[in-house]
Design a protein around this ligand. Structure first.
Ligand code: SF4
Ligand code: SF4
Length: 264
């Protein structure tokens, strides 16, 4: 049901399913534990996880990022992009329930992924070539069985994001989507999408604990100079480390310079 962030052609936006929500548009929705369809939406999902999602989920579960990825995600390469998609693996039962679902609801609720926060709104990405900027666009797209859409409470996308603690999540998803967009062209050359460069890019974006180990326990710091404040922050702060990883990927794949580090 949930979709990954797709790059959308602005000409065709109005032909896509769901109602497109522009800034200021409203939709009606309310979800609460007593509702008849409670928990039905947390099943049989293609639930895409972004790097920021992984940080909060692995920390909530008290797992290092590599163990979280081993245990909970499926990694899929699709034709439209040369960076793999990361999906939350559903349980093996008949209904393919989310592994974090209990009778009482979501067991990781304070750290649920961006897609769950934004639901029943879905996000797509539009790249404006003229201004070279990427922006999120929104569709109201609840499944038919979702009773919440018949409730009277009215939201704008901004108010909904605020209510769901999704504002920073949305910003981080947008930051990631800007890098993901760059993988629409093949950057791997003869190595292919499973070669050393691709493994490094995946580690630097999704596997933050292993990336930290690489930065501090390899020859990286002998080869690259980091400002001491950055060095200090990324040692302890997973989100700053993730952002550093994004800069590193842009540098080592496409040669895009950054102020965060330079060759010695
Ligand atoms: S289906 Fe809709 S109303 Fe029902 S629990 Fe899920 S989000 Fe809430
Ligand atoms: S993470 Fe929580 S909200 Fe999201 S699908 Fe799983 S149980 Fe539902």
């Amino acid at each position: 049901m949930y979709n990954s962030l797709k790059y959308l052609d602005i000409e065709n936006l109005d032909s896509l399913p769901g109602i497109r929500l522009e800034d200021g548009d409203t939709f009606s929705f309310r979800c609460c534990p007593g509702i008849a369809c409670f928990n039905r939406c947390c099943r049989n999902l293609n639930l895409f996880l972004y790097p920021y999602d992984v940080i909060f989920l692995k920390n909530r579960l008290n797992l290092p990022s590599d163990q979280f990825l081993d245990k909970y995600v499926d990694i899929v390469l699709r034709n439209s992009n040369f960076f793999p998609e990361v999906l939350l693996g559903m349980s093996g039962d008949q209904e393919r329930t989310c592994p974090f679902l209990s009778d009482a609801g979501c067991t990781v609720y304070p750290d649920r992924p961006d897609t769950c926060r934004t639901f029943p709104v879905e996000q797509g990405v539009y790249y404006d070539a003229a201004s070279k900027t990427t922006k999120l666009i929104h569709f109201f797209r609840p499944p038919d069985f979702c009773m919440g859409q018949h409730e009277k409470k009215v939201w704008t996308i901004q108010a909904w994001a605020q209510d769901q603690g999704a504002v920073v999540y949305n910003q981080m998803t947008l930051l990631w989507s800007e890098i993901k967009r760059m993988f629409q062209d093949n950057p791997w050359g003869l190595e292919g999408p499973e070669g050393p460069k691709a493994k490094m890019a995946f580690m630097a974006t999704y596997n933050v604990d292993q990336f930290r180990d690489f930065l501090f326990n390899s020859t990286f710091l002998k080869r690259y100079k980091l400002k001491s404040a950055i060095r200090k922050t990324i040692r302890n702060d997973d989100v700053e480390l993730m952002k550093f990883g994004f800069e590193w990927v842009k540098f080592f794949i496409w040669g895009i310079q950054t102020k965060s580090f330079k060759l010695r």
